[in-house]
Design a protein around this ligand. Structure first.
Ligand code: PEP
Ligand code: MN
Length: 335
């Protein structure tokens, strides 16, 4: 496939018509200035050099992988996604932390105070929870979004929250800084396209059983809508192992960093399902080259309405952060 970078003043529709006329299949994004097209016409003629001479085309890149825009060859620079005070994918080690679900305002405010005190830049918390059982707590929805914004502002944090469908996406986009697409929705392609069109930074979790290629293709759906602010999150995959909730695939972190220019963070909480494993796996993730971690913490994990068994309490979170800072420093990264 080819990426045609077009000049600011060029008419993309017109260039698209020229490409069609040459017998190429063309994808015009709804936003942005990059046109994707097939690298050869039906007769098999290669076209990259010819296309570079079309008026309005600035440069042509050929990419072998199916995830054209997510591939490393798509651009020289690493993508850095700015959310609040955080620059994800830069030299910084970005920490996102907070409860699994937003439960009530006082608990959330207390969690926000703890995570901010020890160096997190984003507050996490689910207002729309994708639960295995319909009888489990489903989230506070819009009220939860309001609590998140208020608690985060009080502690100079940005907010990341999960959206589960187009309705929740539109609602959350009005309140929060970053939208999370959860594992269960990694291949909800219409939701990915809507996330692309939202213009918000997107945290894209790896599907429960998704291959690395499927994960990068999911990112491609967002990028193809002209939204370049995508952060990938490895959160463990399903294996035969029952002793941990999932199996943390750290090789995927190193691999994706080589295949793509997108930032990658790790969720050791959902990956392991056990609070005692969160600190060792956070350290391993940072050593493997992750650009950040997202961790569940709760002021009173035993009373948590969701995922208490994998949530750190305030003291454990402070201990985690001491170790995270030491490993980050050893890796030449600032927290
Ligand atoms: C979460 O972050 O709260 C969550 C549900 O994660 P995942 O989609 O990775 O299971
Ligand atoms: Mn959770």
């Amino acid at each position: 496939m080819l990426i045609l970078e077009t000049k600011a003043e060029s008419n993309m529709l017109e260039i698209g018509r020229v490409l069609n006329g040459l017998g190429l299949e063309v994808y015009l994004p709804s936003k942005g200035r990059r046109i994707i097209c097939t690298a050869q016409n039906q007769a098999g003629a290669k076209t990259a050099e010819v296309l570079a001479r079309i008026p309005g085309v600035h440069r042509v890149r050929e990419v072998k992988q199916p995830y054209v825009l997510a591939a490393r060859e798509a651009q020289e620079k690493e993508t850095v996604v700015h959310v609040g005070r955080a620059a994800i994918g830069s030299n910084e080690m970005v920490i996102m932390a907070g409860p699994c679900a937003v439960e009530d305002y006082d608990l959330l405010l207390s969690a926000a105070a703890t995570v901010a005190k020890h160096g997190a830049k984003l507050l996490r918390g689910g207002a729309y929870k994708p639960r295995t059982s319909p009888y489990s707590f489903q989230g506070l929805e819009k009220e939860g979004l309001k609590y998140l914004t208020k608690a985060a502002r009080a502690h100079n944090l940005a907010v990341v929250t999960e959206v589960v469908d187009q309705e929740s996406l539109e609602e959350a986009a009005e309140y929060v800084d970053m939208l999370q697409i959860g594992s269960r929705n990694m291949q909800n392609f219409r939701l990915l396209q809507a996330a692309g069109r939202s213009g918000k930074p997107i945290l894209l979790k790896r599907g429960l059983s998704a291959t690395v290629e499927e994960w990068l293709m999911a990112a491609e759906y967002i990028l193809s809508e002209g939204n370049e602010n995508v952060v990938l999150c490895e959160r463990g995959i399903r294996t035969y192992e029952q002793a941990t909730r999932n199996t943390l695939d750290l090789s995927a972190v190193a691999l994706v960093k080589s295949l793509s220019h997108l930032p990658v963070i790790v969720d050791p909480s959902h990956a392991t399902g056990r609070a005692q494993l969160v600190t060792p796996m956070s350290k391993a993730a940072i050593a493997a080259g992750a650009d950040g971690i997202i961790v569940e913490m709760h002021p009173d994990p035993f009373r948590a309405l969701c995922d208490g068994q994998q949530s750190l309490d305030s003291g454990e979170y402070a201990d985690l952060m001491r170790e995270v800072k030491a490993i980050s420093k050893a890796m030449g990264r600032a927290v």
